[in-house]
Design a protein around this ligand. Structure first.
Ligand code: HC0
Ligand code: SF4
Ligand code: SF4
Length: 574
């Protein structure tokens, strides 16, 4: 242990710790742009420099280790001047257009501009083609004229998706982030998970916006616009409105959606229960036939892109069931018009997702039935926040309201889909009941909960043992395949999610600030909301969802193969 002085006070520190860590441990804020827990940028942004009072020089807090006698000030005149210079340089290279920028309310750079009172001296010429906003991808937009070259996206791509698609590219002497040769994300092996978007401190990397499409549809009297949110939206949207992390805002979201003017407010959790019936039936068939094993889940579009792009030989292992988003979409253009006696072509279906890859999924050519798209627009959790603000709704003050039940009722099994292990747990509950012809009391599979990248368990169903695994995070997925871990064991069923921790940590969720990443167990806080909804629900098994059973009885089962036509899909070997 060593003693260092920060702003006139002594602190005990490990000699392995950096000044920045010691400061953060003691709740002293030091500004940085590139330093973030678990997606560390270049460590060269120079914003975190503090004054070494022993020789009146500036040193980088993120790169200097604590040593005995170190005496620093984090906010001296020298520090302030140095920071202002760094921010001014960045400002001169930044296409400042806050009035149209999605990040204006939470831009880390803009905060520093205000704080240092840096002024723009000479606006850079952004006419180079590379600076035109890149809107080619169906999921991710990139405006390189706002990029600070902090490297947080490069690191998030490497550490979270494990793909290293985003790089620093030197093009005629200037550095540009993006895929090699600045290709469109969609035509590379990118998973489109959006972990890079979540890591960006400014409005350079963002989701491809569908807000305008949604507002246009809402303003079009000929359209019957309906909406449904994914499991993990309800546990995070409150953060945008400054509610505590881990606040369940399900009822407020339903109210907000009605105020906005959606004709019906449904829930993707309803479709998650359908997924379990379809995927569970597939698993049961495989169990009865003795294989082929393992079966892989197919609801995460980032994971599906992983299989298609990196391990196409594994395509036959993917369940053919569509994701809950797409099952919801298919039902919204068939069962719903049947119930309401309206023309399917007049229905405009909006889903709200914690995910940017879901935008790509909704536009896959397979995702239509009878030439009608399953889903018309996909908003991220952040975009729903924007929409609520646009309509002038005071979200924090809203009362709770109920979902429209015919395609909104859901079980606890449906809601835990949003967190890693949830799809597995939901499937086991139903498959075990059905195969054992029983209604089991104990439905908690705690062994598949938690945030480790790889979780494994052996489950006994009807006297036989089955090996299951749950994998989240692209990096763990690629380790699983590159180390051929699939050969380690005779796996029967494996759940995969591209984002570490599952959708609660998706690339479309509200931004988590670097300080919050340091001090809050945000994945756990968000996940707990879903587990407690499940625990408090009186229905915790998908096959007991009466609204779903009604749909099968009154509509889907009336026509042979209709369930297959609507709720299953195919994959592409590129
Ligand atoms: Fe998920 Fe989903 S749980 S992928 O993580 O399966 O996005 O929340 O909506 O579709 O239900 C995301 C979350 C979903 C789907 C569901 C699944
Ligand atoms: Fe303004 Fe930040 Fe957007 Fe730049 S990235 S235009 S500073 S809000
Ligand atoms: Fe999207 Fe969820 Fe998959 Fe992440 S884990 S890519 S949020 S579906």
């Amino acid at each position: 242990k060593v003693t260092i002085r920060i702003n006139g006070k002594n602190f005990l520190a490990d000699s392995e710790e950096t000044i920045l860590q010691v400061a953060r441990n003691n709740n002293i804020e030091i500004d940085t742009l590139c330093f973030v827990k678990d997606c560390m940028g270049t460590q060269e942004c120079n914003v975190c420099r503090v004054e070494d009072l022993n020789n009146n020089s500036l040193i980088r807090a993120c790169a200097t280790k604590a040593y005995e006698g170190l005496n620093i000030n984090t906010n001296s005149k020298l520090v302030q001047m140095g920071k202002k210079k760094v921010i001014t340089d960045l400002l001169n290279n930044h296409n400042l257009k806050c009035y149209t920028c999605k990040r204006v309310s939470n831009c880390e750079f803009l905060e520093l501009v205000k704080k240092t009172e840096a002024k723009l001296h000479k606006r850079k010429d952004f006419s180079r083609e590379e600076y035109q906003e890149d809107l080619r991808s169906k999921s991710i937009s990139l405006d390189r004229s706002k990029c600070l070259r902090c490297g947080r996206c490069v690191s998030a791509c490497r550490e979270k998706s494990g793909t290293e698609i985003i790089k620093f590219n030197d093009i005629s002497g200037e550095i540009f982030v993006g895929p090699e040769n600045l290709k469109c994300f969609d035509s590379t092996n990118c998973l489109l998970c959006g972990q890079c978007v979540a890591a960006c401190p400014v409005g350079a990397l963002t989701e491809k916006s569908h807000l305008e499409k949604v507002v246009d549809a809402l303003n079009n009297n000929e359209k019957h616009v309906i909406v449904a949110m994914a499991p993990s939206v309800r546990t995070a949207l409150g953060e945008i409105f400054k509610l505590e992390m881990g606040t369940d805002v399900t009822g407020k979201i339903y109210s907000a959606m009605r105020e906005i003017g959606f004709k019906k407010v449904f829930d993707v959790n309803f479709a998650a229960d359908i997924t379990i019936l379809e995927e569970g039936t597939e698993l049961i068939e495989r169990i009865k036939a003795g294989g082929p094993f393992p079966m892989f889940t197919s609801c995460c579009p980032g994971w599906v892109r992983y299989v298609e792009n990196y391990v196409p030989e594994a395509i036959p292992h993917l369940s053919s069931a569509k994701s809950p988003q797409q099952i919801f979409g298919a039902a919204s253009k068939s069962y719903y018009p049947f119930l309401e006696n309206i023309n399917p072509e007049d229905v405009f279906t909006v889903s709200v997702m914690p995910c940017v890859a879901k935008k790509f999924e909704s536009e896959r050519p397979e995702m239509e039935n009878n030439n009608i798209r399953n889903i018309d627009a996909v908003l991220t959790t952040r975009e729903l926040g924007e929409l609520i603000k646009k309509y002038g709704i005071k979200f924090e003050n809203l009362n709770d309201s109920e979902v429209d039940p015919m395609m909104g009722t859901y079980t606890g099994a449906g809601t835990i889909f949003g967190v890693t292990g949830g799809v597995m747990e939901a499937a086991l509950r139903s498959v075990k009941d059905i195969l054992e012809n029983n209604s089991l009391e104990n439905v908690d599979y705690k062994i598949v909960r938690g945030f480790e990248g790889l979780k494994e368990a052996t489950v006994t169903i009807d006297g036989n043992n089955y090996n299951v695994a749950v994998i989240s995070g692209g990096k763990t997925i690629s380790k699983f395949f590159s180390e051929n871990m699939i050969k380690n064991k005779n796996y029967h069923f494996v759940e995969f999610m591209a984002c570490p921790g599952g959708c609660i940590n998706g690339g479309g969720q509200p931004y988590v600030t670097p300080m919050e990443k340091e001090n809050k167990d945000y994945k756990n806080l968000r996940g707990e909301v879903l587990y407690s909804q499940d625990k408090n629900s009186n229905l915790r098994k998908s096959h007991k969802n009466q609204a779903v059973l009604d749909m099968y009885e009154n509509f889907v089962n009336k026509e042979e193969h209709l369930h297959h036509h609507l709720f299953h899909t195919t994959y592409t070997n590129r």
